[in-house]
Design a protein around this ligand. Structure first.
Ligand SMILES: [Mg+2]
Length: 144
């Protein structure tokens, strides 16, 4: 490869990485939901999760015979573990509460779902985009 072509490729990789790191989870989720629409999935996201138990993956998508649970993360976002009784956690409004029973987090939900045959559970990050297209599209539409 010529040095100039290599420099262009490196620049492209750098720009792509920067974009992946700049995208918010909400913007990434909109992209994924658009792709779910385009590829014919029924999908659901609980918009206000403040009054729900935590940990359930962000999106549920069904296109028989496939059922998917999708956890979306920013490029550097971490999966959260559950809370043990006695832990003190902060509510979205800033107040604190003491955990009374075990509360599963994202890790526990994902591990449990991955142990269920027939259910696909994925953790997607912005840099996974080509793979996400492959997984959701499943050969249904031509994507460049
Ligand atoms: Mg998420």
């Amino acid at each position: 490869m010529r040095p100039r072509a290599m420099a262009t490729d490196l620049k492209r990789i750098y720009v792509a990485r920067s974009l992946d790191e700049a995208i918010s989870e909400a913007a990434f989720q909109m992209q994924v939901e658009e792709l779910l629409d385009l590829t014919g999935w029924l999908h659901h996201h609980a918009h206000d999760s403040r009054r729900s138990d935590s940990g359930l993956p962000d999106l549920i998508a069904v296109r028989p015979p496939r059922a998917l649970f999708l956890e979306l993360k920013t490029q550097r976002g971490r999966l959260r573990k559950g809370h043990q009784p006695g832990d003190i956690v902060r509510r979205p409004d800033g107040t604190r509460r003491v955990v009374r029973r075990f509360e599963p987090g994202q890790v526990e939900w994902i591990e449990a779902l991955r142990a269920c045959p027939g259910v696909e559970t994925w953790v997607f990050r912005p840099s996974d985009w080509p793979r996400i297209v492959e997984i959701l599209n499943d050969g249904r539409i031509a994507v460049d």
